[in-house]
Every structure is written in C-alpha cells, then in structure tokens.
Design a binder for this molecule. Structure first.
Ligand code: P71
Length: 458
C-alpha cells in the first residue's frame, strides 16, 4: 500500500475542540500573532512540534505502573541501559530529562573556548550549548540541502570535502568531536545515508576525531536507509541501527521524538573518561525510564515506521499534487511549506512565513511553526538592517501516533483552500521583540494595506 493505514486502534481518546473563526481571530490578536501564545486548548490540529507530543502505547502506560522509584539501582534504569546498549551499542548510558541536557553534559565536559563542533546542521539547542562554551557550531551539510527543489534521497549528508577543509583550517586538536544529526531536522528532516556515515567515520579515523550522533529521529533515518539505500531492503531496522551506530563513539538523544515518550533523553558513549562523574537518573522517575525503554523497542517496528513516514508523505503529496509549494523531498517528521513561493507578494521584511502561520490558525485552527525571518533573521549592526535567512518556511511537524489520516486530510484540504486565496493574506510588522530567541516572545500587527501582487497566481 502506498500510504499504510494506522497499525493500531484507539483505546483512549482526548477530545479536541473546534473553535469559531471569531474566537480564533480574537485569540490571534491577543497573542500578537505569535502562535506560541495561543492556548493549545484552542488549537484543532497542533503541528507545532513532533517533540514530546507522541501518544504512548498501552504497553508503555502499563510500564509506568511498574516504575521502581528506589533511589539507587532502579530496575527501570537497568532495563533502559540494556535497551540502549542493545540498539546503540555504547558502553555508558546516562539518562537525562531531555535532549538539551544530554547536550549540556557532553559539551560542558569536552568543549573548551575556541574549539569547533562540525555537524551536518546544528539545531538551535546544540548550537546554543556549543556557543555557550565559547566554541563555534559549524554546519557542514551538502550544499543541496539549502535548495528546497533539489530532490536527493539523502539530503542530510555531510559534505566530506568541506569537513576535511574545516579540520585542516581549525586543526584537529580544536575539534573534540564531529556530530551527525539523524535525521537532519533543520534541513527538513532529511536522512543521512549509511555510506555517508561510513565515509565520515573513515575520514575522522585519519584525524583521530570521535563521531557522535544527535539521534532524536534515528529510527526514521534507518527506515529511509532501508527504503532508499542499496543493500538494506531486506535488513531489519534494528540491524540497520546497530550498523549505523557502530560507526560512532556515542550519541545524544532526545527520546521525545523516536523514544515515543513525552519526556526523557540520554547520553550514551564509550569513552570511560568522559563518562566519569556524570550523574545517573537525570531527573526522571523510574516510571519515565521504563516508558522510554519500551518506546525505544516499539519505534523499531517496521509497520509503525512505514505508517509514520507514510503519513507525513501522505500530507506532503496531497499538497504537492495540488501545486502547493513545499520543500522536497518530503522529510521524516514534517512537511515544510515554502512561504516565499506561497506568498510571493509579501516581502521577507513583512514575515511571510509568520503571516502564513497566522492565517492557517485563523482560518482553520491548525498550528504550524515559522522557520524563517522571525526565527533566524539577524540584525546587521553596521547598517541596522535585518539580514534575512535564505529559507522562509512553515514547518508542519506531525506528532507520532496522534492524528488519524482523516485529520491529516483535513490539514491538506485546508492548506489547499488557503493557497487558492493566498493573495488576500497580509504581511506583518513587528511591534515587540526580545534581544534573544525572539520567536518565542515577538509580537506583531497585521499590515492592512492591500498587498501588491508581484507574481501572477497560477
Ligand atoms: C523540535 C525540537 C524541539 C524544540 C527545541 C528547541 C526549540 C524549538 C523546538 C529538539 C531537538 C532536535 C534535535 C535534532 C536536539 C533537540 C533538543 N527539537 N536535537 O524540532 O530536533 O531536544 O527538546 O529534548 O531538549 O521541535 P529536547
């Protein structure tokens, strides 16, 4: 089947509410057109993030009742340790409450001021943790990753030529490790091929630099390897994962994605010296460790993964067939609307992706997230002008096992309808911004003047 139906049935339901246009318009104004400030209760389909928003299985919920809350030696810790070792293969397993704490433990231990951490593309939390140590977070993904139209099967790959140049420029002593984010979230949830990982390993062997994975969406990455890479079609996801991680020295993991839990993460690595002194339990209860261990087993299930990746692809293909501009190829956890092409009449200075996010909510009760000028625009201190990022996107991240295909169809039909009257969407102007991480707190007003259509609607 092209789009597999749900490999589960629903045992518990959480009601969601349809709001009126009038109510959403009021909430949007009150929120200053910032969807982070709209109460989730007033969102119909919430695609803000796939992180921590998954539905747990009956087995995971049952596991919560088996939480061993002993201060030391909890059986759930042993279960998690055994699970992580069997999939990832690294010696030490250090639980954390989420991914960013694993990053913090790792980077505060090994990164010193003046160092450099190359990655395919850093997400904002790894970038912030590296920069917090006074080091440079360097993105070395293949250049095609920045072209929304370029269709490559493994668009998350590391650019090995640029990586080697960086090592020679910076010096291997100032690169304590290299990271690979699987799948590459900031580049659209694109996978990294086994071949690229193998070659990255071989290159780093020559310079004796460790390789670490940012493994949040590792199972989705392994599924793409099985589907797209020669020689992997008949291998199990577990075997693919084992091979993949065998090329690394450790990983950080936000289990809020492919751990299928609402909270949790870990750091896992071979280096005894680095592992020394890290605390265990990471601020989680025994029951959380149990849910995480069970989630890590479940996520390797191929029926689950083909439904999961298939559902994201289903949304993307419905939009693509209707001519809605999206980032290609469709990634593992999200569909990205190309706001520059969706709203060609709104200049980047008037925040087209944010305007699209606002319109999607006001008209249909759907919440996406802006990945564009609001999030990544930088002030040029010399001219006082904003430097706009190359890509202006709206991410529609799909929570795991949460929405039915019918709800996803609703999302697709809504966006296709919105696309038909896109010229009526107005740009926005900032009315408030904080000095850092402005996307969380920024406020806007709508520009009422009739927009100038620069390009004829197709
Ligand atoms: C996503 C998130 C969650 C998020 C985090 C910060 C700002 C906005 C949204 C989190 C990731 C991630 C990768 C590859 C590490 C983390 C941090 N992604 N690596 O995409 O995608 O994990 O949230 O558990 O600390 O919405 P954490």
């Amino acid at each position: 089947m092209k789009f597999p139906s749900e490999p589960f049935k629903i045992k518990v339901v959480e009601p969601i509410r349809r709001t009126t246009h009038e109510e959403r318009d009021r909430l949007l104004r009150e929120a200053g057109y910032n969807l982070f400030h709209v109460p989730a209760q007033s969102v119909y389909v919430d695609l803000l993030t796939d992180s921590g928003t998954s539905a747990m299985s009956d087995d995971q919920w049952a596991g919560l009742m088996l939480g061993d809350e002993s201060y030391a030696g909890s059986k759930n810790y042993y279960h998690l340790e055994e699970t992580v070792r069997s999939i990832f293969g690294y010696k030490h397993v250090i639980p954390t409450h989420q991914g960013r704490m694993a990053e913090n433990l790792l980077f505060s231990t090994i990164v010193k001021s003046g160092m450099c951490i190359p990655n395919n593309i850093h997400v904002d939390t790894t970038r912030a943790n590296v920069e917090h140590q006074g080091a440079q977070a360097l993105d070395v993904v293949i250049k095609e990753a920045y072209d929304p139209h370029c269709e490559l099967p493994f668009k998350g790959n590391m650019d090995l030529v640029r990586l080697e140049e960086a090592i020679n420029r910076v010096g291997r002593n100032r690169i304590p490790l290299v990271m690979l984010t699987i799948t590459n979230n900031s580049g659209g949830g694109q996978p990294v091929s086994m071949d690229n990982i193998r070659q990255t390993r071989a290159l780093l062997n020559r310079y004796r630099i460790p390789l670490f994975f940012d493994a949040c969406r590792f199972a989705e990455n392994c599924f793409f390897v099985k589907e797209r890479e020669l020689g992997y079609a008949s291998k199990s996801i577990l075997d693919i994962a084992r091979e993949l991680f065998s090329y690394g020295d450790g990983c950080i993991m936000s289990a809020k994605k492919d751990g299928l839990v609402n909270i949790g993460g870990f750091l896992s690595l071979n280096n005894d010296q680095w592992a020394q002194g890290f605390p265990t339990y990471g601020g989680l209860a025994g029951r959380d460790l149990e849910a995480m261990a069970r989630g890590l087993h479940e996520v390797l299930d191929e029926d689950y993964l083909s439904f999961r990746v298939g559902q994201v692809r289903y949304l993307g293909e419905l939009l693509d067939q209707a001519g809605v501009p999206i980032l290609k190829p469709i990634g593992g956890h999200a569909v990205y609307l190309n706001a520059k092409e969706f709203l060609p009449h709104i200049q980047q200075a008037q925040f087209p992706a944010q305007a699209l996010v606002a319109a999607l909510y006001r008209e249909y009760g759907i919440r996406g997230v802006e990945i564009g000028t609001v999030m990544f625009g930088k002030l040029d201190s010399a001219t006082g002008r904003t430097i706009h990022p190359e890509l202006e996107m709206v991410r529609l991240a799909i929570p795991r096992r949460v929405y039915t295909n019918m709800q996803i169809t609703y999302v697709a039909e809504s966006i296709i309808e919105l696309y038909r009257w896109r010229e009526r969407i107005h740009g926005l102007a900032l009315t408030y911004e904080a000095p850092v991480l402005r996307h969380f707190t920024a406020r806007f007003k709508e520009l009422e003047e009739k927009p100038l259509v620069q390009q004829a609607a197709s």
